[in-house]
Design a binder for this molecule. Structure first.
Ligand code: ZN
Length: 135
């Protein structure tokens, strides 16, 4: 078990071996799954969404909302310290990329058009998440 706050660093080759081609493409090469394709887009069950790469708890189902975007959307991470944000100007757009705070997996982007109380919309790829249902 890795401890909270501990970094999880693996070589590119290790990630390539451990992840499915789709997970590798999205989490390590920063691709985006097609909208309405992900298995968690419509998921409304209580539980925790964890990083598919390292298992870190990232998003709580209580903070999930239906944004209509086609991707799982949250108005805040389970804990702010569990995600890293990076300025991203790829595709000619200024966006804020969201990464796993432990293993730097690309998760998605955060936009300032979410619901209250935060006004944030974390737009996350289902592929980057593994859902752990509440008991
Ligand atoms: Zn991770």
């Amino acid at each position: 078990m890795t401890q909270p706050g501990e970094r999880c660093e693996k070589t590119d080759e290790t990630w390539r071996n451990e992840l499915t081609p789709e997970q590798y493409r999205i989490c390590r090469l920063k691709d985006t799954e097609p909208p309405f394709s992900g298995e968690y887009n419509d998921c409304k069950s209580p539980g925790m969404y964890c990083c598919v790469c390292c298992g870190a708890s990232l998003f709580d189902a209580r903070h999930k909302f239906d944004s209509g975007s086609g991707w799982p959307s949250f108005w805040q991470p389970a804990e702010e310290a569990q995600v890293d944000k990076h300025h991203d100007t790829s595709l000619g757009m200024a966006r804020t990329e969201v990464r796993c705070g432990r293993c730097e997996a690309h998760l998605g982007h955060v936009f300032p058009d979410g619901p209250q109380p935060t006004g944030q919309r974390y737009c996350i790829n289902s592929v980057a998440l593994k859902f752990d249902p509440a008991e």
